[in-house]
Design a protein around this ligand. Structure first.
Ligand SMILES: [Zn+2]
Length: 213
């Protein structure tokens, strides 16, 4: 039963958010920058109706609403000029941020905001399941000096079409997660009755064979 309760608690914790963002390698980012960028990214998604949670815990059970976010320090020749990239069409999408480039392209006072925008841009690709880019806002392929000035004052916006694509993508995320949870619950119900049968066997008055603990 202990195993089952542990798994139910994991399932329950994932149901609190639409999307779980798992940071598997954030050690290269300064703690304060990381914490503030995570908060700002969550607020930017919250403004378009997406409830995200950040976690460092390795995901278990249903991973249908999990996006892995990696941070790396790369050589100058790899994807020259890009702050990050993602794999929006993969079954287990991954966002990879080249943090050394984010760091070298920004003054300390803008670094948190730039990192938040880089994260939001790439995660939005995954939510939309699209390589869509826009002429304005956070989904611009290349931000200009005026974008950085605007970014320092407040978040760059999503365009209306992007909000619609994100909402549609989110619906698909939620549906996939619900059906995964339903399948998991069904499997756990089966495991529960097996455990009860196992427990009854252990209470047998004939202790001829003892199973290893
Ligand atoms: Zn992009």
């Amino acid at each position: 039963m202990k195993r089952i309760w542990t798994m139910l608690l994991v399932v329950g914790s994932l149901r609190g958010a639409d999307v779980s963002l798992w940071t598997s390698s954030e050690a290269v980012v300064e703690n304060m920058v990381m914490a503030r960028a995570r908060d700002q990214a969550a607020r930017m998604f919250g403004a378009v109706g997406v409830n995200v949670e950040w976690t460092r815990a390795v995901p278990t059970g249903c991973r249908t609403n999990t996006i892995e976010v990696r941070f790396s320090l790369v050589s100058a020749s790899w994807m020259r000029g890009a702050f990050a990239y993602t794999t929006p069409f993969a079954a287990q999408p991954v966002v990879t941020v080249f943090y050394d480039r984010v760091k070298s392209a920004s003054q300390p006072e803008l670094r948190t905001r730039l990192l938040a925008h880089v994260l939001v841009h790439e995660i939005a690709h995954v939510l939309m399941k699209a390589d869509h880019h826009a002429r304005e806002g956070v989904m611009k392929p290349h931000w200009t000096a005026s974008d950085y000035i605007q970014m320092a004052q407040g978040p760059l916006p999503f365009m209306s079409m992007e909000k619609r694509l994100i909402r549609d993508g989110l619906k698909a995320f939620v549906e996939a997660t619900s059906s995964c949870h339903a399948m998991l619950s069904k499997a756990l119900d089966g495991g529960d009755s097996q455990d009860r049968a196992h427990a009854q066997n252990r209470e047998s008055p004939l202790p001829a064979e003892r199973e290893p603990e």
